[in-house]
Design a protein around this ligand. Structure first.
Ligand code: TXA
Ligand code: MG
Length: 303
């Protein structure tokens, strides 16, 4: 539990928010679209706290917010079309999904292990001030508990996150109030993944809203090896990913902390894949709280 503090936008609030971001804590803050729950996108444990605070039932990838195009190009790869769109609509309510640079520094939990990354340069003064003072890219989903309405005021944020986050920066009502338009520019043509206030011509019709997983199975969140779940003792030739009392070759969390397990899941799967073992075994994980998301992800990976 946190005692959630709400302060109006200003130098004092931004300085306090930057200290919390540096300490790996999430901060709710106004953007022009909806209030976001911002966290250091390079810190996996911090990102796991966002999923936990929202009780988000699955690891949908998050949007990474940056100050400008130069910062965006340090994280994603822009072709001519993507760069043109960015230059004409940023800062603003456009999110571009582009291939992720291997040296992006972004925690793999942010992109749910995908080879792509969603990037946005916001226009609103509050999140821009925080980006500038914090000096790190900020992953920020909408600042509401999973399944609830998106927040367009600090009071909305408090409705579902009071006591679950340390701090909210109140900067009045969001001018747009609808999440950004999400466009994928990861291959030939543009695809509209989420419609928004900003309409872009030439983007293919809306898909079913599901996350695109380019090249799926092998190179992305599903490992290339067969997987065995609820495996608490290793068999010969297996690489065991442990949890709690089950030690394993590597552990999601030796202390049985589900937030830590979430922050380490994709890293552990990568290690298992790179090992000499022929099969990956994963210890039984609790199904409550963020454990539900972990089990969901593991089932998909094992499918
Ligand atoms: O307006 C907004 O975009 C707000 C404010 C806070 O900036 N943020 C927001 O974030 O709505 P979030 O995390 O709730 O929305 C992320 C959307 C989801 O639809 C997700 O599936 C998609 O972006 N997305 C993120 N990364 C993706 C990726 N690598 N590939 C495909 N879709 C992605
Ligand atoms: Mg949302």
């Amino acid at each position: 539990m946190h005692k959630t503090l709400v302060l109006p936008f200003g130098d004092e609030a931004i300085a306090k928010a930057a200290r919390l971001i540096a300490a790996g804590q999430p901060v709710a803050i106004a953007t022009e679209t909806v209030y976001g729950l911002a966290v250091d996108a390079t810190n996996a444990a911090a990102v796991a706290r966002v999923y936990a605070a929202k009780a988000r039932p699955d690891f949908n990838p998050l949007i990474v917010h940056v100050s400008d195009m130069a910062a965006a190009e340090r994280i994603g790869v822009f072709d001519d079309q993507a760069r043109r769109l960015a230059l004409s609509h940023w800062p603003g309510p456009l999110t571009l999904v582009v291939p992720r640079r291997t040296d992006s520094g972004i925690a793999s939990l942010v992109t749910a292990g995908l080879g792509s990354v969603a990037l946005r340069v916001p226009a609103h003064r509050a999140i821009r001030a925080l980006l500038s003072i914090a000096g790190v890219p900020l992953a920020a989903p909408s600042a509401n508990a999973s399944g609830r309405l998106s927040p367009t005021s600090a009071a909305h944020v408090m409705l579902t996150l009071d006591g679950r986050i340390p701090f909210v920066i109140d900067d009045g009502h969001c001018s747009l109030g609808l999440e950004s338009t999400v466009l994928a520019a990861t291959g030939a043509g543009l695809r509209l993944l989420r419609p928004g206030v900003l309409m872009i011509e030439g983007a293919d019709a809306v898909t079913n809203g599901k996350v695109e997983a380019p090249g799926q199975l092998c190179s992305h969140y599903a490992p290339c090896k067969p997987m065995r779940l609820t495996a608490d003792t290793p068999r010969p030739g297996e690489y065991l990913i442990g949890f709690g009392a089950v030690r394993g070759d590597v552990s999601l969390s030796a202390t049985g902390d589900l937030a830590e397990a979430a922050s380490r899941l994709f890293d552990c799967l990568h290690l298992a894949d790179a090992s000499g073992a022929t099969t990956i075994a994963v210890a039984t994980l609790p199904t409550d709280g963020i454990g539900r998301a972990l089990n969901d992800r593991l089932r998909r990976a094992a499918a």
